[in-house]
Write a protein that binds this ligand. Structure first.
Ligand code: PYC
Length: 330
């Protein structure tokens, strides 16, 4: 795409993790449902995903959120999330960023508590904008149901190193590990990233059967909080090799499912999940009718930029650079 409609966007960050909400200028996607449109974006139009989030117009940490029409009249909009590695099923921090962006654009009333429904490739989520007295706005996202697929899955990482963790699904697939032996400090991100990549490689080697059929593309290292007001801290490695600056909405959903399955957190009790940069999501759950849980994640987002992307026809990098060929594609 070089000429044609401008690719307009609003950037935000949710507790430190950036979201680029793409408002217009995307390709016409085939499909009736948002899941079908997401498959078309990730298939025929993958260049558009890469142009929006990869360098030089984006960066590895950025998550894109393309707004599309929803066939469900109860939903204000459909959303397709994507990152440097491909299309995502759901994204908790991204949903908070999109709702904050819709309020910024006046598409959702900002002054009152207001609940909207969003159509995602993995199902409908509802989100409530909660205006604060100081001008901030929190968003509470009721996610799709989360569940534990495998408990206490041991992995041999080689070199005598073994870890144990649970496989859970919270809109994306996670391996959650507590016995990693690493410091969950942002200054230790290289070691945390290397370990998470080794965990992912070990899971891949076992095959999908070992993970209970869940496609695990996120690794969540968990540990005690640094701030005693919080319940736990995490480091989440995303599919494209970047780590989540927020506590990860789908990762917190997966964590709640694990806690619920072990009887370690009662329905309605608040779990304060701290990220590796110290930001926090509050969360809680209720039992899901079909098994598992319905998680709710609450976090804040701020607008950081508005603009349009330009893809000049002569620019060899108009469809993005993939700088980390060493990180296996997911
Ligand atoms: O908040 O769910 C999330 C998320 C997934 C990947 C990055 N953030």
């Amino acid at each position: 795409m070089s000429a044609g409609e401008a690719i307009t966007f609003v950037d935000s960050h949710t507790e430190g993790e950036p979201t680029r909400t793409v408002l217009s200028g995307g390709p016409a996607l085939a499909g009736r449902t948002v899941a079908e449109m997401a498959a078309d974006l990730g298939g025929r139009h993958d260049w558009f995903r890469a142009a929006c989030v990869n360098e030089p117009r984006g960066h590895d940490v950025l998550v894109g959120a393309m707004l599309v029409p929803s066939p469900d009249p109860d939903c204000v909009v459909g959303v397709i999330f994507f990152n440097n590695a491909g299309v995502l099923g759901m994204c908790g921090h991204g949903t908070i960023g999109v709702v904050r962006t819709l309020a910024h654009l006046g598409r959702i009333e900002r002054s009152a508590r207001r609940t909207v429904r969003l159509d995602t490739p993995v199902g409908t989520v509802s989100a409530t904008l909660v205006p604060g007295d100081d001008g901030t706005a929190a968003v509470e996202v009721e996610n799709v149901p989360a569940r534990v697929a495998v408990r206490d899955l041991a992995l041999d990482l080689g070199g005598g190193r073994r870890v144990t963790g649970d496989v859970a699904w919270g809109g994306n697939g996670f391996y959650l590990c507590a016995d990693h032996g690493e410091r969950l400090d942002v200054g230790n991100w290289r070691a945390l990233t290397d370990l998470s990549l080794r965990i992912r490689a070990a899971l891949d080697a076992l095959g999908p059967g070992a993970a209970g059929g869940v496609r695990v593309d996120h690794v969540e290292l968990v540990g005690p909080p640094h701030d005693p007001r919080n319940s736990a801290r995490n480091f989440v490695l995303c599919p494209g090799g970047a780590y989540d600056r927020s506590p990860c909405g789908t990762g917190t959903s997966a964590k709640l499912a694990c806690l619920a399955a072990r009887g370690a957190l009662a329905p309605g009790d608040v779990w304060r999940q701290e990220s590796v940069v110290g930001s926090v999501f509050e969360s809680w759950y209720r039992a899901a009718p079909g098994g598992g849980i319905v998680p709710v994640i609450r976090g804040r987002a701020w607008i950081t930029a508005e603009g349009s992307l330009v893809l000049e026809a002569s620019d060899p990098f108009r469809h993005g650079i993939v700088p980390h060929a060493s990180v296996p594609d997911r």
